[in-house]
Design a protein around this ligand. Sequence first.
Ligand code: ADP
Length: 274
Amino acid sequence: MQSNREKTSCSCGHTHPPHPSGERKDVPVVEIQGAKLAFNGVPVLRGVDLRIPAGEIVALIGPNGSGKTTLLRAMLGLQKLDAGSVQLFGQPVSGPGLGKVGYVPQRLPLERTFPLTVREFLALRLKETRFWFFQTKKHTTDLILAAIVDMGVEPLLDKPVASLSGGQLQRVLIAFSLLHQPKLLLLDEPTAGVDTPGEQSFYEMITRVQQQRHLTVVLVSHDLSMVYRHASWVYALNGVICCEGTPEQVMNAESLKQAYGIHVSPYHHHHHAH
Ligand code: ADP
């Protein structure tokens, strides 16, 4: 996928400076400056800068414990920082910009006895959405149908939410978050536990939805092959942004080594996921 950004060459081996101001004049969807955070004295974010323009599919990659989920949570104002700032749509994260964000966490532990069907679960959002936007019933129903169709969850409507597979639940949760027509979608490891064909169709679906709805998507992923094929911009995180750029720029052996600290095979167009 093409990035809207000017292509910058990735000088791996160095912490990258924030994007030079003026690279893109629009207000960024997300802007993080100097994010620092330690848990019990152990630094997790050590000065993270990033700037995400509208209309991208941005991947956050990095080893376990490198702070990816923490950074997503900071983007939502769920995780307070020790230092630094987070802005959404040019405003502090606690502001109205949060209403334009959809978030699907990595795990949503559900009791097997969770009593709602997919249809009923989505209807919870229907009520809230109607109230929020004062929409006509027809318009709201259209919104729901569009989200259901976009995420391919129509065949699941009458199944109990608790009976869904991990991949099915992720798609329902994304449909749920699309109902309030977000501009920014944050996905934390959306395909964890999904097999390779499932992953491929999931990423195709997300790419289609992103384009049709003019969304900006930020996703955490361990699947470097999917990131290579579908992301427009990649941040490799390991406490700091070790490397950023297009997948072609970032996903080479040298920069992956910077992020992961070990040799990780780079991915190329002709490689297939295994
Ligand atoms: P990643 O998503 O890259 O795997 P996380 O952001 O989940 O990494 O976690 C980064 C580090 O911060 C981990 O070592 C994790 O144990 C720690 N951590 C995350 N949240 C908390 C918390 N609320 N309290 C204490 N430690 C935490």
